[in-house]
Ligand binder design. Structure first.
Ligand SMILES: Nc1ncnc2c1ncn2[C@@H]1O[C@H](COP(=O)(O)OP(=O)(O)OP(=O)(O)O)[C@@H](O)[C@H]1O
Ligand SMILES: [Mg+2]
Length: 403
């Protein structure tokens, strides 16, 4: 689960990670009011108006603006940013609508750094990464100048040790700013480790972490992702910070009925049972269709024990997507019975109408009954015997047989 910058900063504050003063705002009037309040509290006319969306690269997309002319200018900026479709390298071409703002005190920094913590699954440890190249896209630094990223791994039994933070601090050259800067960084990193562990985060990223003139280190940005597997430990708090407006509506619908669904960019809707078979299905569609612009439009695992209602829901979700040009139903009936799948497919197709070709490959428990239900439904279904056969037929269906 992702949360907004302002929500992440509230968590930072709770654990003692220094942040600038700031307040969220959900309307232009509120933005003006909190800008006034900030200006009074900080005795500075500089405030930053920041779009709150669950995607990075807001600054470059025009979603982070500095106002030096007081609350009136902050209001103007809020007017521009609130409600805009913010397009960044992470939002996709349609962008993401800005529904919330964060109004923050503007700070003058002498250096922008990067500090992040992730779970390194290979090492089974939390990895802290730091770089002097903060502020810009860290992915590019990692790609072009990997030597500029310093990494330490935290032993889960020993926990965080100050010497590891000092290793990063000296690696970043923090001793050049002030005598206290190294110590402040060590404290901040310890607090960040606490955030990571106690809040069950999968990622915590500060880009930029800045050094101020007086040698203080402050988190100017906060990207905090929660590990969904730990939801049961934080049910109430996470429900409060969950922003459904930022989620794919179809994925939300799927979650509600207990389906594993991920939207993708292609044009073949896939109804599959079992995560492994779903992955293999996506692979074989890509393999057969890549040259012809045929690719999966979604990952959907209806699970082992789905009932007819879930299958109907799943198939309806695929039918409703206008990017879907053909549907591949690929089922291996083990615990899942083929007749249940067939009834779900028929029910959804009768309900919503079938406008695209459907290729079905069924195997396993009650396969004959399943095939009979499909045959007698009167739906124009293209049967397939094997996965490869199905993939070839799907490609033909999308390309109109012109492959
Ligand atoms: N409170 C602030 N005071 C001064 N400058 C700021 C402040 N907040 C942000 N900035 C400037 O704006 C830049 C972008 O801000 P921020 O990192 O929050 O957004 P972003 O990098 O565009 O978004 P993301 O990290 O989601 O990609 C920062 O690198 C910093 O230079
Ligand atoms: Mg940033």
């Amino acid at each position: 689960m992702k949360i907004h910058e302002y929500q992440g900063k509230l968590i930072f504050a709770k654990y003692g990670v220094p942040i600038p003063k700031g307040y969220p705002a959900h309307t232009v009037l509120e933005a003006e009011a909190v800008a006034k309040r900030l200006i009074e509290e900080t005795k500075s006319n500089v405030v930053v108006v920041k779009a709150q969306i669950h995607a990075g690269g807001r600054g470059k997309g025009g979603g982070v603006k500095v106002a030096k002319g007081g609350a009136a200018e902050a209001k103007e900026l809020a007017q521009k940013i609130l409600g805009m479709q913010l397009i960044t390298h992470q939002t996709g071409p349609a962008g993401q609508k800005v529904r919330h703002l964060y109004i923050e005190q503007g700070l003058e920094m002498v250096k922008e750094l990067y500090l992040g913590a992730v779970i390194d699954r290979d090492r089974r440890r939390i990895a802290f990464m730091a770089s002097t190249e903060g502020g810009m896209e860290i992915e590019k630094v990692a790609e072009h100048t990997p030597e500029k990223i310093l990494t330490v791994h935290i032993d889960p039994i020993v926990g965080f040790s100050a010497f590891q933070a000092r290793e990063l601090a000296f690696g970043l050259g923090l001793q050049q700013y002030s005598k206290e800067t190294v110590g402040k960084f060590v404290k901040l990193m310890g607090a960040l480790y606490e955030v990571m562990i106690k809040e069950d985060c999968s990622l915590v990223e500060i880009n930029p972490l800045v050094v101020l003139k007086n040698g203080d280190v402050v988190a100017l940005d906060a990207k905090v992702n929660m590990d969904d597997n730990a939801e049961f430990r934080h049910k109430a708090q996470w429900a409060e910070v969950f922003d459904k407006d930022e989620e794919d509506p179809v994925e939300l619908e799927a979650k509600d009925v207990g389906l594993n669904y991920v939207s993708l960019d292609g044009n073949v809707g896939c109804l599959v049972n079992g995560a492994g078979l779903a992955m293999a299905t996506m692979d074989i569609i890509k393999h057969a269709g890549e040259k012809y612009g045929v690719a999966p439009a979604n990952f959907l695992d209806v699970g082992g024990g789905a009932n007819q209602e879930q299958v109907t829901k799943a198939f309806s979700m695929i039918l409703k997507s206008d990017k879907v040009k053909a549907i591949f139903v690929n089922i291996f009936g083990g615990i899942m019975k083929c007749d249940v799948i067939a009834m779900g497919v028929v029910a959804a197709a009768k309900n919503l109408g079938l406008k695209v070709p459907v290729v079905v490959r069924l195997e396993g428990t009650n396969v004959e009954l399943g095939k009979k239900i499909l045959r007698e439904s009167g739906l124009a279904i293209i049967p397939a015997d094997t996965m490869a056969d199905g993939a070839a037929k799907i490609v033909a269906a999308v390309t109109g047989g012109s492959k």
